[in-house]
Write a protein that binds this ligand. Sequence first.
Ligand code: ADP
Length: 278
Amino acid sequence: MIKPTANFANVQTANSSKEFLVIENVTKAYPKPNGDETVVLDDINLTIGENEYISIIGHSGCGKSTLLKIVSGLERATSGSIWLDGREIRKPGAERMMVFQHYSLLPWLTVRENIRLAVDEVLDHLTPADKRRVVDEHIAMVNLNAASEKYPDELSGGMKQRVGIARALAIRPKMLLMDEPFGALDALTRGRLQRQVLDIWENQRQAVMMVTHDVDEALYMSDRIIMMTNGPHAKIGEILEVPFSHPRNLKELRELPIYYELRNHALNFLDRNFSQDE
Ligand code: ADP
């Protein structure tokens, strides 16, 4: 049995091996047409370890994507600061790669060319042969060898997302940011791709921040689940430690009573924070 009070209550002190990503007092407000403002995120504090996989979960509109965009540098916090490996984040950078739900591949480039473009831009110090090797390795990593000369239009959703993931990983970011990366996929493809991403992560641990709606996905993949309260003024409500070691086996996890205790705990949190307009 787990003891909920010991495991679920700790919001401020993250169980990270190191303070790799530090989110400090981050607040984000958007202006309203009438001159007022909406405070979306309210004083978010979180640290993430160098090899840690965390999920952010919460109802639609609570500010999960906004938080991820602030970490990516695509949005600026209204106040507070974010530090990665000791350096303050002020703009997008190749050390933080984002994977979006809707793939964002360039349609006029093949799989190989989409990945190569990112490698050319970021790893321009490599020789052409080394660049080719990096691209080939990452195409193989996501099992896309047979599709490497295809265009995005010729690929299934799962394949497109694998290209997005390969492209993000090819440039060796310090941190991977994923915004509902499996959200647009059918259940079977989603399960397969979750496994593939977890295989890659279990081999080359790095900091991952993933936004998801799916409690099972968060439990299967992450080390901690950051549960957000509803907006406006969304905060971190609870942090759920996921006590399963890696590599994980979904079938085995589903045989553990603790899996269902954690799952129910997360679902109950979401129920308590049920938004009126959903
Ligand atoms: P989530 O990812 O949890 O679904 P978002 O981060 O996308 O939520 O959005 C959080 C809130 O911020 C929503 O109410 C949304 O309407 C608002 N919001 C997001 N981007 C902007 C923007 N550029 N201007 C104004 N409001 C925004």
